[in-house]
Design a protein around this ligand. Structure first.
Ligand SMILES: [Zn+2]
Length: 288
């Protein structure tokens, strides 16, 4: 599933081709893409619109149009925007032609991706209801995580995956960041100490930034709009590397489950948290 680095890769590669251009023709071939909306109505609203900017929030790609409307595109499992020179990709759900003749396809094998065309203020409300702060933006640090995790007993991995707390992290980058920060994914989030929160914020940011530099990870489906593959999968510390040595200590990486998801950890770098009572004072466990 595309996470923040993959969506940001799409945005960066696509932006020069769409910004400042007008949608000449559009065909929504899969009604499911636009939910309850009438595909013909969505086509009429998109036709003739000029793309002012291509933005991103979390895992959402945002086409900002003149006339104060935004198309919110969520790729979900397998959605992607493509303009391969080779021609139309399989599983095309929508096709566009821009004013300079550029053809653009939205392809989606599993069909979970969505388009929502909203007035700008409604788009902001839509995003604000679903997304917490951007982890690669300015100001993302241990304080943000402390506020998000305060009093929460849920496993830290589950909260990292909650888009309302931090936007854009999915299973891959959660595993990568938790390993680099040496935190077990099942640690109750509210129990993390300040140095751990600072470390986790740093490692979340650097994992995502490395993902962007690598143009995302292409494990199964992800391709850049020109059809290229990302290389982040070659740089994974733990994700998908069960049985291989931990890059920090050489211990064998194991695959386990946390937050209902397949999870990769180094058992030495990320020891399972002790049960209640280990909070602060070493004396708290006297007699144990
Ligand atoms: Zn290790």
């Amino acid at each position: 599933m595309p996470e923040l680095p993959e969506v940001e890769t799409v945005r960066r590669r696509l932006a020069p081709h769409v910004e400042g251009r007008t949608i000449e023709a559009v065909e929504v071939r899969d009604p499911r893409l636009v939910g309850g909306d009438d595909p013909r109505r969505v086509e009429r609203r998109l036709r003739g619109r000029r793309v002012r900017a291509l933005d991103r929030r979390g895992k959402y790609l945002l086409f900002r149009f003149d006339g104060d409307e935004t198309l919110i595109s969520h790729l979900r499992m397998t959605g992607n925007w493509l303009m391969p020179a080779a021609g139309e990709p399989p599983h095309t759900r929508a096709a566009l032609v821009l004013s300079d003749g550029t053809a653009l396809w939205y392809a989606d094998a599993r069909r979970f991706g969505t388009w929502d065309l909203l007035a700008d203020d409604a788009a902001e409300a839509y995003l604000a209801a679903r997304l917490g702060p951007e982890p690669i933006g300015p100001g993302f640090d241990g304080t943000v995580l402390r506020d998000a995790f305060r009093g929460r007993r849920a496993p830290v991995k589950a909260l990292l995956l909650d888009q309302r707390l931090v936007a854009g992290i999915g299973n891959i980058y959660a595993d990568e960041a938790l390993n680099a920060a040496r935190i077990h994914p099942d640690t109750p989030a509210g129990r993390l100490r300040r140095p751990q929160l600072d470390r986790l914020a740093d490692e979340v940011r650097s994992a995502l930034e490395e993902g962007i530099r690598s143009q995302g990870s292409s494990i199964r489906d992800f391709r850049s709009p020109e059809g290229g593959y990302g290389s982040m999968q070659e740089r994974f510390r733990v994700y998908g590397r069960d049985g291989e040595p931990c890059p920090a200590c050489g211990t064998e990486i194991v695959k386990t489950r946390s937050a209902g998801r397949g999870t990769h950890i180094c058992p030495a770098c990320q020891p399972r948290p002790r049960r209640r009572g280990m909070r602060r004072a070493p004396g708290a466990l006297s007699g144990a």
